[in-house]
Design a binder for this molecule. Structure first.
Ligand code: GLU
Length: 448
């Protein structure tokens, strides 16, 4: 091959051959390539420099053993990774997740998505992602702390404020970031901004825990406004009950929405009257204490729907905030049948390609995670600036910039995503806007 092929089929054959068995990675690449290939075909310089092929090949992947001792004295062995995908527009940046489902394919898909997301924020942030196949469920605090410390004994040599700046993701929150940063600081004997999502007392940006969820709602408000709609009085279906879901719920309630669901992997909490801020706070503290959200059904006057998802319930706005591929074809069809107005992603790639197809055919407004959930990494970028300046954080400033960033991302999606019938193709808009920024930087560097 001498230039990027024009057809999706040829490009995907090439990708699949090079990355056998990595289904999640194929899925993320295909979704981007479908929009970017026609754009590349109109821009020979991108095709000849084979920018898209180069973006699908990470700069490097580090894989390492994490040994640690459980409370019962048994020796445990896990695998950790850091995928450093691209530093074309800034140092590698992206979260760490600890779940048994983590694999090289999952982390490559997440790092690839992150490249576009970070480009869309307008900040100088490259792309990376990492984590481990470690399941913290049922583990004591001491075990999780020892795991984080062992993980950092290898990761520390690959990161730094100008190199690679990890943050949290699934099962890696402020507590884990504290343990990871404590280990980094001790091994390296330096205090710098090599991680974001830190606690407020040691360099964390204000609003970082809330940023992804709040940002999702700021974007949702822009998308609703573009449709001549608003959040006030609308029912909101949210999946998940973690950091993104609960903060999205808080901001949706603040904007007048009625949040009627949260969920876990084994069922959905349905609160027909709508959750209050106090109840969302209780969800957070109950979970932090190791509890399950189903225990809250009775005290909240809500219903626990075992093994169900939120998507078959009538709602105007659907916000999948749990994990990849959580919304499937039948789920999307149920939403469409119930007249959903907008689906906006809090998680990374929560819709399967079939679910996206249902929304496309029904002409339902749909906004992808790489645009809608970029608020978290955007505030991480602010934390990096704050740390580099050795200054304190300013809550008001961060809050205003988060809102401005989400409005700007929405605007960037419109530039390439406005259709002839005036509806907005957010997926196309986000993919092309992100690609252009990365591609122009890569062209400037020559063939490296
Ligand atoms: N894990 C988050 C994401 O998916 C945040 C990454 C970061 O702050 O670096 O974008």
């Amino acid at each position: 091959m001498t230039a990027t092929p024009k057809t999706l089929e040829a490009f995907m054959n090439w990708t699949r051959e090079r990355n056998p068995g990595q289904e999640e990675f194929h899925q993320a690449v295909e979704e981007v390539a479908a929009h970017v290939l026609p754009f590349i075909a109109e821009h020979r310089e991108y095709a000849e420099a084979r920018i898209l092929e180069r973006l699908t090949e990470p700069d490097r992947i580090i894989s390492f053993r994490v040994s640690w001792m459980a409370d019962d004295g048994t020796v445990q062995v896990n695998r950790g990774w850091r995928v450093q995908l691209s530093n074309a527009i800034g140092p590698y940046k992206g979260g760490l997740r600890f779940t048994p489902g983590v694999s090289e394919s999952v982390l490559k898909f997440l790092a690839f998505e992150q490249a576009f997301k970070n480009a869309l924020t307008g900040l100088p942030l490259g792309a990376g992602k990492g984590g481990a196949d470690f399941d913290p469920r049922g583990r004591s605090d001491a075990e999780i702390m020892r795991f984080c410390q062992s993980f950092m004994t290898e990761l520390h040599r690959h990161i730094g404020p100008e190199i690679d700046i990890p943050a949290g993701d699934i099962n890696v929150g402020p507590r884990e970031i504290g343990w990871l940063f404590g280990a980094y600081k001790r091994i390296e004997n330096r205090f710098d901004g090599a991680l974001t999502g830190k606690g407020a007392s040691f360099g964390g940006a204000p609003l970082r825990p809330e940023a992804t969820g709040y940002g999702l709602i700021y974007f949702t408000a822009c998308a609703l406004e573009a449709m001549g709609e608003g959040m006030d009085g609308r029912s909101v279906l949210i999946s998940g009950a973690g950091n993104v879901a609960t903060h999205a719920a808080d901001e949706a309630i603040r904007q007048g929405g009625k949040v009627i669901t949260l969920s876990a992997h084994d069922g959905c909490l349905h609160h027909a009257a709508g959750f209050s801020h106090e109840q969302i706070n209780e969800v957070r503290s109950h979970k932090a204490g190791g509890g399950h959200i189903k225990d809250l059904a009775r005290p909240f006057g809500a219903k626990w729907r075992a093994d169900a998802k939120p998507w078959d319930l009538p709602g105007h706005i659907a916000l999948p905030c749990a994990t990849q591929n959580e919304m499937q074809e039948a789920d999307a069809q149920a939403l469409v049948d119930n007249g959903v107005l907008l689906v906006a992603e809090g998680a990374n790639m929560p819709l399967t390609p079939d679910a996206m197809g249902v929304l496309r055919r029904a002409r339902t407004a749909y906004a992808p995670g790489k645009a809608t959930n970029a608020g978290g990494v955007a505030v991480s970028g602010m934390e990096m600036s704050q740390n580099a300046m050795h200054g304190p954080g300013d809550r008001e400033h961060v809050c205003r910039r988060l809102n401005e960033t989400m409005v700007a991302i929405h605007q960037r999606c419109l530039e390439h995503g406005r259709r002839k019938d005036n509806r907005i193709d957010y997926v196309k808009g986000a993919n092309i806007a992100g690609f252009r920024k990365l591609a122009d930087a890569m062209l400037a560097y020559g063939v490296v």
